[in-house]
Design a protein around this ligand. Structure first.
Ligand SMILES: Cc1cc2nc3c(=O)[nH]c(=O)nc-3n(C[C@H](O)[C@H](O)[C@H](O)COP(=O)(O)OP(=O)(O)OC[C@H]3O[C@@H](n4cnc5c(N)ncnc54)[C@H](O)[C@@H]3O)c2cc1C
Length: 483
């Protein structure tokens, strides 16, 4: 497919035309100097010198001071999804020039870093089960995949612990059906009856519970920060360029479209403009652009005219979620699963010192403002604590220690992944909208993007049903196990 993209990507003649075009009419804030992608004609010698300069000067290869003027694959957002996509593209060989543009190297608001790092195989859609199972498999061997020559192996701190989904009587059949499907995918999920639950978890209040599903293998949680940094280190070794900056604008040109009625003009995406911390705005041409901007993916898509000039919009928006850390000296210890209560509240242990993290999603009507990442402590007192203390009475004697908030990359239509090309702009790819399960899907999504670009189809897990076209065709794919 890269060849197909390359055909649509700026050809030499188009680039030559770019040389003659005037700067865009609105190049952004007046104080920013605009650096066009192709204003300076580089000689082959200068290109070679620029490419190899880091080797001679000792600068870190891959960490760019400025934005390249062109690249094969430009990835917007260096969270887990963008980082994983770059890894699989480069790990496959040298054929792609891959650039990640990330505006915040501290990842202070990135969904990945503010997540709980949970991996479960308990979903209601087979492809979601398969994606999480791939993460488990990758994490079994991550040191082989990600160790950088001459450096200590990375450590992602994977804790093996099953999720426990509790079900009341009216949800029991759904749970049974899901476990059957999960097991058919190879997941090690089992059903525990009320009697089995009582025996296994004597500290749990089982009022209103009929049964539960439990992951006996492969589920747990890891440190997403460590995984992203391990991937980033490997990416830099593999030659991925990292550019600090914010994508602020898309640039287009048009190509002739031959139709039965004659020749029409077809608009296509040529590249993006990036605001760099040096105060300048750089243009960068790209054959393929991946939107992996997490909670801001809808905003980036709008920047490209999606939902403005072409419809429908990308239905992804930030939704604020809180995570509370509590201490409970008498709480459950090693046998504490990643517990998902019937109320929607969840709790899991954090280490072994009587610490836990917990939270819940608010109702649709009570969605908090996304203006900032302030924590709502009343939500804990009024919603989360009563639920977890009802289910595990020991938590009545717990103390809130601290809390944080992060943004879900929320798909407002069906709370599921959106992946693949935009129907109109074929070189613009999405990998968005996982709505709270992107950390456990990020690696599989990254691999899928590589397959989609390289082979023009998904080779391992067929994710074609998660395409953008489903919104125009009104075929939502509803995942029912959203926490
Ligand atoms: C509280 C919480 C708990 C969670 N728990 C889990 C869990 O247990 N398990 C699980 O699987 N998932 C969980 N998630 C969801 C998961 O974190 C996300 O689905 C996943 O991290 C999304 O990864 P991403 O790379 O797409 O987005 P991000 O990690 O948000 O990365 C996107 C990046 O894009 C950058 N960016 C945005 N716009 C631009 C631009 N214009 N130019 C340049 N850069 C830009 C941002 O700075 C950001 O770094 C949780 C999320 C939250 C908030």
């Amino acid at each position: 497919m890269l060849q197909a993209f390359a055909r649509r990507a700026p050809s030499i003649s188009v680039r030559a035309r770019c040389l003659c075009t005037k700067p865009p009419t609105s190049p952004g804030p007046p104080e920013r100097e605009y650096v066009q992608p192709s204003t300076e004609e580089k000689s082959a010698l200068k290109i070679l010198k620029d490419e190899f300069r880091p080797l001679f000067t000792g600068e870190a290869v891959g960490v760019e001071k400025a934005v390249p003027r062109r690249t094969d694959v430009l990835i917007i957002g260096g969270g887990l999804v963008g980082t994983a996509a770059a890894y699989f593209l480069k790990a496959h060989g040298e054929m792609f020039d891959v650039t990640i543009v990330e505006r915040d190297y501290g990842y202070t608001r990135a969904s990945t870093m503010l997540s709980c790092g949970g991996v479960r195989h308990q979903f209601t859609i087979p492809e979601n089960v398969q994606m999480s199972m791939f993460t488990t498999e990758f994490l079994k061997h991550y040191k082989e995949h990600l160790t950088v020559l001459g450096q200590d192996p990375p450590h992602v701190d994977f804790h093996h612990q099953g999720y426990l989904f509790l079900a009341p009587e009216n949800r029991a059949q759904l749970l049974l059906d899901c476990v059957k499907m999960q097991r058919a995918q190879g997941a090690k999920t089992v059903i525990l009856s009320k009697a089995q639950l009582a025996e296994k978890y004597p500290w749990m209040n089982l009022d209103g519970i009929e049964c539960a599903s439990y992951g006996t293998e492969g589920e747990g949680w890891f440190d997403p920060w460590q995984l992203v940094h391990a991937l980033k280190g490997k990416n830099i070794q593999l030659g991925v360029r990292y550019c600090q900056g914010e994508v602020v604008k898309f640039r287009y040109d048009s190509v002739p479209l031959y139709t039965s009625g004659g020749i029409a003009e077809k608009k296509r995406i040529l590249g993006v403009d990036v605001d760099h911390p040096d105060g300048k705005r750089y243009g960068c041409d790209a054959a393929v652009i991946i939107n992996s901007a997490g909670p801001w993916a809808g905003e980036v898509a709008r920047m490209a005219g999606i939902g403005v000039d072409v419809f429908p919009e990308l239905p992804v928006e930030p939704r604020k979620r809180y995570v509370y850390t509590i201490h409970c000296p008498d709480g459950p210890t090693l046998d504490c699963p990643f517990l998902i209560d019937t109320s929607g509240a969840y709790i899991r242990r954090e280490g072994l010192g009587g610490n836990y993290i917990c939270g819940a999603s608010p109702s649709e009507e009570a969605e908090p403002s996304i203006a900032n990442l302030d924590v709502d402590y009343e939500f804990y007192q009024e919603v989360v604590w009563p639920s977890i203390a009802h289910r595990v009475p020991a938590f009545n004697n717990s103390k809130l220690k601290c809390a944080w908030a992060g943004y879900y990359d929320y798909n407002t239509v069906d709370q599921n992944l959106i992946i693949g090309s935009h129907p109109e702009y074929r070189n613009f790819l999405f990998a968005n909208g996982m709505s709270g399960h992107g950390v456990q899907q990020g690696l599989a999504i990254g691999r899928a993007l590589f397959e989609y670009i390289y082979y023009s189809k998904y080779k391992t897990i067929d994710l074609s049903m998660f395409d953008f076209a489903r919104f125009a065709e009104r075929r939502p794919i509803l995942e029912q196990a959203i926490v």
